[in-house]
Design a binder for this molecule. Structure first.
Ligand code: SF4
Length: 211
């Protein structure tokens, strides 16, 4: 496929993986965890369709505007539901732009590794850091960066972020809030439930969180 079904894009954020990142929330998730922060990303037919070439060019132009951009993050929704297309985008991002790739998945790593699906294996092969496992409400824990429950794990699949393994406990989970010219506010990253409820009570935008 030459396209990806997308829920949302944030071109520059520092709260969805290491460093400054271009982030794509893909649309469509069959896992449907209880307590998911992003149920609006579940519908496999929702969101908006983007051509791979358009996404690549937008990432390239973001890098030109922000040379400190260090990578792209795929989250969702479930990135492995669109693995073939995302693997092709990831390959170009890594080889032509020298950017890193972080992929979130609600599937456990063991399940992904064993999957007999060439697209899944290609996306795994193009991922520097995989953060895997579904959100489990009873294991809710925001003490580690970028994740929402204790079962979720960091898989350093290449050398690119191996140095972070020991630093993880020192990296805080953060929420990034944007005020837009039309007066709306959107947020992404991980927040305490009270913070999210406060934002929703104030009627501001919507929160996007990680797998
Ligand atoms: S937490 Fe992630 S994997 Fe679970 S339902 Fe939500 S989007 Fe899907």
């Amino acid at each position: 496929m030459d396209f990806v079904r997308v829920s949302r894009i944030v071109e520059q954020t520092k709260v969805e993986g290491p460093g400054l990142r271009y982030v794509i929330w893909v649309q469509g998730c069959p896992i449907r965890c209880e307590g998911c922060f992003n149920p609006h990303t579940w519908d496999m037919d929702g969101g908006k369709i983007y051509a791979l070439e358009d996404l690549f060019q937008d990432i390239r132009s973001t890098l030109e505007r922000a040379p400190e951009l260090e990578g792209v993050t795929f989250l969702g929704g479930e990135p492995f539901s669109q693995a073939e297309a995302l693997s092709r985008l990831a390959g170009r991002i890594r080889r032509e732009l020298d950017l890193s790739v972080v992929t979130f998945s609600g599937y456990p790593y063991e399940h992904i590794k064993k999957a007999e699906d060439a697209g899944w294996q290609r996306l795994l092969g193009e991922t520097d850091l995989l953060i895997d496992g579904p959100y489990i409400k009873s294991q809710h824990d925001l003490s580690r960066p970028w994740v929402g429950s204790r079962n979720q794990q960091y898989r350093f699949l290449t050398e690119r972020y191996k140095h972070l393994e020991k630093q993880l406990p020192k990296i805080p989970n953060k929420l990034e809030i944007r005020l837009h010219p039309d007066g709306t506010i959107t947020a992404n990253g991980m927040a305490q439930t009270a913070d999210i409820e406060l934002l929703l009570r104030l009627g501001y935008g919507r929160k996007e969180a990680n797998a």
